[in-house]
Ligand binder design. Structure first.
Ligand code: PLP
Length: 427
C-alpha cells in the first residue's frame, strides 16, 4: 500500500516534482519487458508512495527542489570516474573534467588555498570522513582523535575501523563542543599528535564547532602535530555563502585541513554523494602508481559514480553562487518563520542563527505519526531545507493547534553559559 496516511491534508509539493511518470512510455523499448504489468504496477506504487510521503518529511536535511530531467539521457550510460579525478586514465566513459571543475568550485567556496588543494566526489560524508581520517592517521600514526558528543554516528564507526584512539568531549546545551573540556583533554596528551573532528552542523541541532577557536586553542597548547577535519556534511556550503566575519570559523582559511560536504543535503541530489577537499601537501601519495586503469588509486572507493560528479557540476552551474546564496537565505527565512509560528503557539522552538534546523521538545505521537521529524529522546527537530514551504509549516502548526492536550513541555530554550576560552597569548 502506498503511504496514504501521510499524504492526507498536506500541501502538494511544487510542480517540478509532481510530474507523473508514464510507465507505458518508459517501458516501450525495442525489447518489450517480460512482464510489463508487474513492472508498471511496482513503479507506480513506489512513485506514488514516495511522493505522498515527501510533503510531511521535514525532519531530515535533504533539499527537495530538484530538477534534473535534463540529465536523464545519461542514465543509459555507465559513467565511472575510476581512480583519481585529476588523471583521466584508460577508461573513457567518465565525467572527470566536470568532477575537477565541481571540486574546484566547492574548494573555492571553502576557501581552500589555490595551489594546495585536492579532492574528489565521494559516496557521501561518511566515506569522506573515512578517507580524511585515514590521511590524518597516515600523517600522524600515533594521533589521538577528539570529537564532541554531538558527532555524527559515522565518526566513532570510522575511527573504530581505522583503529584510532578517540576522546569524546562534552557539548554545551546547544550542541557546540565545550572548548574548555577540549583544551583540558588535549592538554593531558599534548605529547601526542592531535586530530580533531569538528562538527560543522551537528545532526541534531546544527551546532557548529568554531574552527577559529579550536585553532587558537591548539596554538595556545603548542600542539603543532595536528589535523582538523571539518564534518560539514550539512552546513559547509550554506555557511560558506555567509560573510566569514558573521559566521563561526569552519573553512580552510579558518584552519581546517580537510572538509567534507554532502551533495544530497543542501545542494540536493537524487543520489547520495559527498565532496571531500583536503590540503594537497598533506597527502602521502608519492607511491600510488597507476595500474591498468591508468589513473592512480588515490580515493577510498575505486569505481566512483560519474553520475554523482555530473549531478554536482550541473547543480553548481544551474544555481550559480548567487542562486545558492538565495536558496540558503530563503531556507533561513522559512526556518525563522517556523520558529516564530511554533513559539507563538507556546512551543519553545529555537534555532542557531545560521541554521535551517528548528529544535523543539519531542511532540506527542499524533504529530510524529503524521510528520517525519528527527527525534532523539526528549529532543526533536524539523529542518527547513530548500524546497520546504511556509504552507508545510502552516500545516504542521495547525496539527499542533488541533491537539486535544498540550503535551509540550515548559518554554525553555537552552540556557547558554559562556562557551569560549580567553586565551592570553592570542591576538
Ligand atoms: C548527514 C551527516 C553525515 C553523514 O553524511 P552522508 O553524506 O549521509 O554519509 C555526517 N555528518 C554529519 C554532521 C551529517 O549531518
Amino acid at each position: 500500500m502506498p503511504n496514504n496516511r501521510r499524504s492526507s491534508g498536506h500541501p502538494q509539493l511544487p510542480t517540478a516534482q509532481t510530474q507523473v511518470l508514464d510507465p507505458v512510455a518508459d517501458l516501450a523499448g525495442p525489447e518489450p519487458p517480460t512482464d510489463p504489468e508487474l513492472i508498471r504496477t511496482e513503479l507506480v506504487r513506489l512513485l506514488t508512495g514516495l511522493r505522498a510521503g515527501q510533503a510531511a518529511s521535514i525532519g531530515f536535511p535533504a533539499a527537495t527542489d530538484l530538477n534534473l530531467q535534463v540529465l536523464a539521457p545519461f542514465l543509459d550510460l555507465l559513467l565511472n570516474n575510476l581512480g583519481d579525478p585529476w588523471v583521466d586514465g584508460a577508461y573513457p566513459q567518465h565525467t572527470k573534467r566536470l568532477e575537477r571543475e565541481a571540486v574546484d568550485r566547492i574548494a573555492d567556496l571553502l576557501r581552500a588555498p589555490t595551489c594546495d588543494r585536492w579532492g574528489y566526489v565521494t559516496s557521501g560524508a561518511s566515506e569522506g570522513a573515512e578517507h580524511a581520517l585515514w590521511l590524518a592517521r597516515t600523517r600522524h600514526p600515533d594521533a589521538v582523535v577528539y570529537y564532541s558528543a554531538a558527532r555524527h554516528h559515522s565518526i566513532p564507526h570510522v575511527l573504530d575501523r581505522l583503529r584510532m584512539p578517540a576522546v569524546e568531549i562534552r557539548t554545551d546545551p546547544t550542541g557546540v563542543i565545550d572548548y574548555r573540556d577540549l583544551a583540558t583533554q588535549i592538554g593531558r596528551r599534548r605529547h601526542q599528535p592531535t586530530v580533531i573532528v569538528a562538527n560543522i552542523g551537528t545532526a541534531m541541532t546544527e551546532a557548529v564547532d568554531d574552527i577559529r577557536q579550536i585553532t587558537s586553542l591548539l596554538d595556545n597548547l603548542a600542539v603543532t602535530r595536528r589535523w582538523i577535519h571539518a564534518d560539514a556534511a550539512l552546513s559547509g556550503i550554506p555557511l560558506a555563502l555567509l560573510d566569514p566575519d558573521s559566521r563561526p570559523g569552519f573553512d580552510f582559511a579558518d584552519g581546517a585541513d580537510s572538509i567534507i560536504v554532502s551533495g544530497h543535503k543542501f545542494l540536493g541530489s537524487p543520489i547520495p554523494y559527498g565532496v571531500l577537499v583536503v590540503r594537497d601537501q598533506l597527502r602521502p601519495y608519492g607511491h600510488r602508481a597507476s595500474t591498468y586503469t591508468g589513473s592512480p588509486d588515490t580515493t577510498l572507493s575505486n569505481s566512483r559514480s560519474g553520475l554523482a560528479a555530473l549531478i554536482c557540476w550541473y547543480t553548481l552551474h544551474r544555481h550559480g553562487t548567487a542562486g545558492l546564496r538565495e536558496r540558503a537565505d530563503q531556507a533561513r527565512e522559512t526556518t525563522e518563520y517556523a520558529c516564530q509560528r511554533l513559539q507563538a503557539i507556546g512551543i519553545p522552538a529555537w534555532r542557531h542563527p545560521w541554521a535551517f534546523t528548528v529544535n523543539l521538545p519531542t511532540p506527542p505521537a499524533e504529530i510524529l505519526d503524521k510528520w517525519t521529524l528527527a527525534t532523539d529522546g526528549p529532543a526533536s527537530h524539523l529542518i527547513c531545507m530548500p524546497g520546504v514551504t511556509r504552507q508545510q509549516i502552516d500545516a504542521l502548526v495547525r496539527d499542533f493547534e488541533a491537539l486535544s492536550v498540550t503535551v509540550i513541555g515548559p518554554a525553555r530554550p537552552p540556557k547558554q553559559r559562556r562557551n569560549r576560552l580567553s586565551l592570553p597569548i592570542l591576538g
